[in-house]
Structure formats: C-alpha cells, structure tokens
Design a protein around this ligand. Sequence first.
Ligand code: NAD
Length: 356
Amino acid sequence: MRFVHDTLPQRVAFGSGAAATNLSGEIDGLGATRVMLIAAEAEMHLADTVAKDIPVAVRHDDVVMHVPVEVAERAREAAARHNVDVLVSVGGGSTTGLAKAVAMTTGLPIIAVPTTYAGSEATPVWGLTEGAKKTTGIDQRVLPKVIIYDAALTMSLPVEMSVASGLNALAHCVDSMWAPNADPINAAFAAEGIRSLAAGLPKVVADPMDLDGREHALYAAYLSATAFASAGSGLHHKICHVLGGKYNLPHAQTHATVLPYVLAFNGPAAPEAERRIAAAFGGTSSALDGLVALKQELNAPHALADYGFREDSIDEAAEAILPSVPPSNPRPVTAADLRTLLRAAWSGTRPEPYSF
Ligand code: NAD
C-alpha cells in the first residue's frame, strides 16, 4: 500500500434533537457574537428553532440552487452590512453553497447544519453560476469549521427528495472508489457509507418519520462526502457536472439516475471496487445488482428524460463530457461510450454490465 491522504479539520456534532444545544455550544466556543443565519425561505422555520439560543444579527433567506453570482454578492453585502462574525447555514446543498460563497471572500467561519444528504458541508468545494455556466473550485476557507447533524431536521424532507439526495450520497461513495485520488481510507469511508445508506433509505421510504433510518442516511451522507472530498471527482461526477450545468437538470435526481450506468461501465474494469461495493450492499451477486435492487426498492429516479434531458442533446453532451474524463478512470472512455451511456440513462433501460 502506498498513498498520501489529507484529513480535513472539522468538528462533527451528531445528535437527533440536539441541534440547538450543540449549535449554542459551538457559537460560545468560537466566541462569536454576531451570527448570519442563512436558510432558504422554506427551511427558515427550522433554522429559527435551531438558532433560538444564539445571537442572530441577520436572517438571510435569499437562497438559489447552484449559487448565481448575484445571489452570492447580495449575501456578501448583507454579511458586511451587519458586521457578522460567523455564518450558520441550515438547509441543503444550495444553502451550504451560499454560506461557502460568503466565506470564500470574507474568510468567515461556517457552522453548517445540513438538512439533506448532499454532503457539501464536508467538502472544501465551492460552486458559483454565472449565466448558464457553473464554476467549481477548491478553497480551504469554505470548509465549514463545524457540522451539526440532527436527523430530526430531515424528517420533513419529502420521500422523493430523500431518495434522490440519498442516492446523491451513494454516488459520492461509488465514485470515490475510482476517482483520481482514490485511496484505502476513502474506500473504507465509502463502503461504510454504502452500507449505511442501504440500511437507512428503505426505512425512510417505508416511514419518513423513522428516526433510525434518517440517522443512518445522515451519518452516511457525512461519510460519503468525506470520501468524495478526498478522492475527487470521478467519471460519474464529471458526467453529472456537465448535465447539471449545461441542461439545468436537478442535482440529486441527475446523480440518482446516472449512477447505475457509470457503475455498469466501470465496474467490470475495477474488480476491487466491484467487490467492496457488492459486499457493502450485503453481499449481492454484483455491485450493479445491489444498486439496481436498492433503486427498485426505493422507487428511485431512473430516466433523464423525466427531468427534461432531450434525446437530441446526447451527442452534444458526450462531446462536452469527454475532455473532463479523468485519465485515471479504470477503463478508457470514448465519445461513443458516453453516447451509449447517456442514451441508456436518458431512456432508463435496465443497466447492463459492459462487456470487453
Ligand atoms: P437543495 O439544497 O437545493 O434542496 C432541495 C430542496 O429540498 C429545496 O427545495 C429545499 O428547500 C428542500 N429542503 C431541504 N431540506 C429540507 C427539509 N429538511 N425539509 C423539507 N424540504 C427541505 O438540494 P441539495 O440536493 O441538498 O443540494 C444541491 C446543491 O448542492 C447543488 O447546487 C450542488 O451542486 C450542491 N452540492 C455541492 C457539493 C459540494 O461539495 N460543494 C456537494 C453536493 C451538492
């Protein structure tokens, strides 16, 4: 074994029903006195409950998916105007993303309270959108100092969104097995993330108020993002990045739909990943069988056509993805491979392992 692994400095406080207490303790620990509370309008009531014991200087609910630059600018101006000394984000990846945009230019610390399984809270990756172009980058200043996980805050996440978001986390795990900086530590986190998602998500679908299922999914979201932050973007994330940015497809649903097709493509060329993923699914006959069975059980998104991706965009998308394919991908990728993969994901046909 030979590898170099960076471990990111973050404190994680996990406790259902404990977010308000944990947050108050963390604010005291930082010595912060002027909080910018960031939450989308729909989640502000959750945020207010969580922030009931902390000194909020400004509540900011101007949150938009993929963080348009003008939205980031307005949030930065609000932070300056109210002279805040810490950012507290309560919400999904879009809300965490806005806090990151403010931290990037101000250096303010973030305490993230996630309410989906997107995992942005555990990565130093920021994203901004200008016009139709999304740019992402890595900056240690945007890595939240503290993450506060409280599964009670995820109870209201609709089942459909919970499934799509949970599969977004699963995609972080699977892609981490072969991404450019894949290493055994990432693989261990990813495998445990897959196991925990496979245990938790069916319970959430059966009963959205099942706390044990919600805790398993949220714990897995952290593991998945930690693995992804270290391993980097593999083929799956490169494909979804282009699809999301160029065709404005919804983030979590796109990941949920594309994942089995990438696994069908890469799995046969990555035997160790294949073995670990299948084992994490509980010893299924193959990694792909495990994923397909879980997706069926969850009634998960299965065709890009359902989210507005058009058949006549397949060729263009394949050409746009090709230059970003990681050279370390377990097998070579041609434009024709990408067209085949995208066509299958567009129509939602049952993914079949590619033969050599
Ligand atoms: P989101 O944050 O846009 O939330 C999706 C929907 O769920 C929204 O309508 C939101 O209001 C609602 N919601 C959130 N929590 C809820 C709750 N507890 N109850 C009810 N409704 C709730 O979507 P997302 O999938 O969490 O995040 C997607 C964004 O995050 C994308 O922009 C993506 O690029 C980014 N992201 C970034 C990273 C990173 O490392 N930087 C990682 C993953 C995702």
